[in-house]
Design a protein around this ligand. Structure first.
Ligand SMILES: [Zn+2]
Length: 394
């Protein structure tokens, strides 16, 4: 929207009754809506289950509530049924007073009025848009409503839905496989831990554009970030490769295969998200991007107390070494040298030396390297924090 036109819609409201009485625009970033609120009105959070959450505020005779289900576009019937259940006012007692579509962030909306006992009147506006499904309640005294009709009308006109705040979103999708070999992998790759990790990126960083992350069949063992689309792709073939590698190893618990595959794919996802963050934010990197994004994956896991998962990830990177000695491609450049494996072990040891002392005792991490790991860990964490701080969502 042009700047002056956008400003005009704000400045023209300054002369209205709401502003005259000290009302101000309240915005919920979390739920994606805004409305006028009287001065001193305080919101309380509420959670009614089934994905619905919201806010409620009361002052004097006025009682305002919002129920929001983020990410779900409910039908009019569903939203009306929930409004009836919440207010315990039967549908027959409601009168529709307004409806519309395509304004103030609403895909569509309907507004109903119901008379309550003791001279109180209730308005409900429901619909979809912004971040999902919305039901707004506003209850007040009938006499108050009649006396200050213009104020209430302006409150109603101020109900605005907002899409997620500036910046691209990461959306995680799992395409169903057509190859029967991959059917058992679909629930592993559909695990919420993968989607939660991917989608957290756009809550933490302001990305310049949307970044889809897809699990799909590729026809090759691969995982990659494609800066042209942009997109991150995790291939079913790669997950199948990790499953097969696990089944060939001596002395491993076959029942752990789904966990191993999930852990290997979580590490791979973080590695690719590291590439995507560097690419999307156009960050400078020293010391080689492959090592930098391994560090990102390792730091993300270790800061969350996931040393065990990191060790599975490091082992999976060693599995990839077997792959690159064959002629199969894995994104653009890699050689999965033992060096990368040791870098990850060192990162883990640097964060949790007591828990991972066994790596040194078994000779998996050379002692002369181990003494430097704590310092390496600290420097690498500092470097990633410094690289991304300017892009952090505030
Ligand atoms: Zn890479």
């Amino acid at each position: 929207m042009r700047l002056i036109a956008a400003l005009a819609s704000v400045t023209c409201a300054l002369a209205t009754p709401a502003f005259a009485q000290g009302w101000a625009v309240f915005t919920s970033e979390r739920f994606g809506f805004s409305m006028f609120m009287p001065p001193g009105m305080r919101w309380e959070a509420r959670d009614i289950g089934d994905g619905w959450g919201g806010l409620r505020a009361r002052k004097g005779v006025m009682d305002v509530g919002a129920l929001v289900k983020v990410g779900a576009a409910g039908s009019a019937q569903e939203l009306e049924a929930l409004a009836v259940a919440t207010t315990r006012i039967p549908a027959a007692n409601w009168t529709m007073t307004d409806q519309g579509a395509g304004r103030r962030g609403w895909d569509w909306w309907r507004t109903y009025k119901a008379q309550k006992d003791e001279g109180r009147v209730l308005f409900v506006t429901l619909g979809t848009g912004g971040r999902g499904s919305y039901i707004f309640f506003m209850e007040t005294g009938q006499a108050e409503f009649t006396a200050h009709y213009a104020l209430y009308e302006q409150w109603y006109q101020s109900l605005t839905l907002r899409p997620p705040s500036a910046g691209g979103r990461v959306v995680f999708q799992v395409a169903p496989p057509s190859d029967a070999r991959f059917a058992a992998l679909q629930p592993v790759l559909g695990d919420q831990r993968l989607s939660a990790l991917a989608e957290a990126i756009s809550r933490l960083l302001v990305l310049p554009r949307d970044l889809p992350v897809r699990v799909e069949e590729c026809g090759t063992v691969n995982a990659f970030y494609d800066p042209r689309a942009p997109r991150v792709v995790l291939c079913y073939e790669l997950a199948e490769f990790f499953r097969e590698m696990h089944s060939r190893k001596q002395g491993v618990d076959a029942a752990r295969a789904p966990d191993y595959v999930l852990h290997a794919m979580i590490f791979t996802l973080l590695h690719e998200l590291g590439h995507a963050i560097i690419g999307e934010l156009d960050l400078g990197v020293t010391g080689g991007e492959e090592d930098a994004v391994d560090d990102f994956a390792g730091l993300a896991l270790l800061e969350g107390g996931q040393a065990g998962l990191l060790l599975d990830g490091a082992e999976a990177m060693l599995d990839m070494g077997a792959l690159s000695r064959g002629q199969l491609p894995f994104h653009d450049e890699h050689s999965f040298s033992a060096q990368r494996f040791y870098n990850l072990l060192c990162l883990g040891y640097g964060r949790q030396p007591q828990e991972l002392q066994i790596l040194v005792d078994r000779g998996q991490l050379p002692r002369q390297r181990a003494v430097r790991c704590a310092d390496e860990y600290r420097k690498k964490r500092k470097a990633w924090e410094a690289m991304t701080v300017a892009h952090a969502r505030r």
